[in-house]
Design a protein around this ligand. Structure first.
Ligand code: LLP
Length: 380
């Protein structure tokens, strides 16, 4: 498979996000086909991309929603996700956000500290409800990914560290408006070394037995998200290996009869269906470097500037001889660079450039810096 922009988009003003909904559908079909035999429940992490046309597809394939703000809970409800398929996670939930989610009677809050549990208890009591909670633990498992997107190490702000867990579980005895329904862990994102999910499973197995010893049966386990994608060669692997991913948990997680296992994937669902399409404004040859200056920048896609992330870049207009380019945006920051020394066919003003694998954490992280207009999103 090679990437092609639908012909009618060749005149669309740039920059814009193009979403291939057929690929999204194929990805979702593959995901559910891999999840269903093992009875895994998939919640989509809205933070990766919360555009309504995308959420509509995701909901149509029967996924639930993993939200990290009141805005995302509201968006999930607006997109038609049933409240009992919505989870609310996040290390800093405000009272207003908690109240909104309580009023909607969502499935579960993933809670991360005793102070948070106390507030949740009080607000649930105030609404005359009992809130279902899962404790987000910090399993201290190294996800072997970029330091900015590792979340399951002791040094990270996320989750309850294992040393503190006994105290947190004890605190539940005095919080009558909470019902413990599960454990939650998320160790990081863009994970390509799947053995780390075996380590995570082993930690969860230990904790589950320990909690059972204290009289807590857990109706569900949530193993988080994090499955990575192939940024180097999106056409070689447009659909992630979901079977291998679920296989890790089938093999290593000690599930109890009837217990639900939830995963909350974001990137693996939407990254490959999104492309940032841009035009070359200028080609500038300095003494040392040949720059292709695009009309898209870090305001549309900040991942290369923020994490040094690689996105595959293609010139859709030229077949010429390959030359090295630094591919940069128009923003007044040196970090506004998509790639350095990338080989592209000889490039000229007006050429269309595709920046691939941009469906996850692309448009949602865009900004209006330099008073830039928001790029359009088009769906085909
Ligand atoms: N669950 C929790 C608790 C999370 O924090 C995240 C992502 C996910 C699920 C979904 O993870 P995924 O399946 O997408 O890896 N902006 C960064 C990624 C930040 C991920 C934050 N948490 C990037 O552009 O790479």
């Amino acid at each position: 498979m090679t990437f092609q922009l639908p012909g009618q988009l060749a005149t669309q003003p740039t920059p814009f996000y193009y979403y291939d909904l057929a690929l999204l559908d194929q990805t979702l079909t593959a995901l559910q086909a891999a999840a269903q035999p093992g009875n895994f429940q998939v919640h989509y992490a809205l933070k990766a991309n919360f555009n309504l046309p995308i959420l509509a597809r995701i909901k149509a394939h029967g996924l639930g929603a993993d939200c990290v703000s009141g805005g995302e809970v509201q968006r999930a409800l607006e997109a038609g996700f049933a409240p009992d398929h919505i989870v609310f996670a996040g290390v800093g939930k405000s009272d207003a956000e908690i109240n909104l989610a309580l009023a909607a009677d969502i499935f579960c809050f993933n809670a991360e500290s005793v102070p948070e549990l106390q507030v949740l208890n009080e607000l649930a009591g105030g609404q005359g409800r009992r809130a279902r909670v899962a404790l987000r633990i910090n399993p201290n498992v190294d996800a072997h990914t970029h330091p900015h997107i590792t979340t399951g190490l002791d040094a990270n702000k996320f989750g309850i560290s294992l040393q503190d867990l006994a105290g947190v579980v004890d605190s539940l005895d005095s919080l009558p408006h909470l019902e413990l329904v599960g454990l939650h862990a998320h160790i990081g994102s863009q994970i390509t070394e799947l053995h780390v999910f075996a380590e995570l499973s082993a930690k969860l197995n230990e904790l589950q037995s320990w909690l059972e010893g204290r009289g807590h049966q857990l109706p569900h386990l949530n193993v988080g998200g994090g499955l990575g994608i192939n940024y180097q060669d999106p056409d070689a692997q447009p659909i992630p290996d979901f079977a291998a991913y679920f296989g890790m948990f089938t093999q290593h997680l000690a599930r109890r009869p009837g217990q639900q296992v939830h995963v909350e994937l974001g990137r693996a669902v939407v990254a490959q269906c999104g492309t940032l399409v841009s035009r070359v404004l200028y080609v500038k040859e300095s003494q040392q470097v040949r720059f292709a200056i695009l009309d898209a920048g870090m305001t549309e896609l900040i991942r290369p500037a923020l994490y040094g992330s690689h996105h595959h870049i293609q010139n859709l207009s030229s077949q010429g001889v390959a030359l090295p380019y630094d591919i940069v945006g128009p923003i007044c920051e040196s970090s506004d660079t998509f790639a350095k020394g990338t080989l592209l066919p000889e490039t000229k003003r007006g050429d269309l450039i595709a920046i691939r694998s941009a469906g996850a954490y692309g448009e949602v992280m865009s900004s209006g810096y330099n008073l830039r207009e928001k790029a359009a999103a088009v769906y085909q």
